[in-house]
Design a protein around this ligand. Structure first.
Ligand SMILES: Cc1cc2nc3c(=O)[nH]c(=O)nc-3n(C[C@H](O)[C@H](O)[C@H](O)COP(=O)(O)O)c2cc1C
Length: 181
């Protein structure tokens, strides 16, 4: 059955935005109606059955707007299927899973979401923003480490879980009750 899915992201230099688009495209191919947009643009998650939230990592943290998104919509997200991802590691560290920042972990627990999946990122001299990023991009950290096969495979798993989910098993009992005829 077709579901309505939101892929909301926080990105500074565009790499995470493109990952979010890739995830959205894959889920769409499974017949779901998908919207991909920046977390800042989302007023409400009420209309969605499932939500994927992703942020770039800077200095071990999620982008603040992504943390705000999780916090603001925590109760509504608790009633939905939610997946989290973050993107960051580059260069020789590209395959190192990143720990969830403490605040994000607390919010994930509140929402009932599993741990965030780490995807490698991009630090490219062409797209790097700011002095520090450009400096880093000129080192061994520079380049595009994103693994599109891995991202696609993850998105397929998410899509399959959305397809097979029984709405009544993920909504709170009282809400599921309200939906009964
Ligand atoms: C100043 C700076 C700090 C960074 N800190 C981290 C970090 O702590 N952990 C990590 O995995 N990646 C880190 N990165 C790499 C970025 O997360 C990576 O380039 C990412 O793909 C950027 O995503 P965006 O283009 O969506 O903003 C850092 C990059 C910069 C420029």
């Amino acid at each position: 059955m077709s579901r309505k899915v939101l892929v909301a992201y926080a990105s500074k230099m565009g790499a995470t935005a493109e990952i979010a688009e890739g995830i959205g495209g894959e889920i769409r191919q499974h017949g779901h109606v998908v919207e991909v947009c920046e977390v800042k643009q989302v007023r409400s998650v009420d209309e969605y059955d499932a939500v994927v939230v992703g942020s770039a990592i800077y200095a071990g943290r999620w982008r603040s707007e992504a943390v705000r998104f999780l916090s603001k919509h925590a109760d509504a997200l608790h009633d939905r299927q939610v997946w989290l991802f973050h993107s960051g590691p580059v260069g020789p560290h590209a395959d190192q899973p990143q720990a969830m920042p403490r605040k994000v972990r607390q919010l994930a627990d509140r929402i009932g979401a599993g741990p965030a999946t780490t995807f490698a990122g991009r630090l490219d001299p062409e797209t790097a923003k700011g002095f520090l990023a450009r400096r880093m991009a000129a080192t061994e950290l520079g380049g595009d480490s994103r693994d599109w096969d891995r991202i696609g495979a993850w998105a397929q798993d998410v899509a399959a879980a959305i397809t097979s989910a029984d709405v009544s098993t993920w909504r709170r009992p009282e809400q599921a009750q309200e939906r009964l005829p």
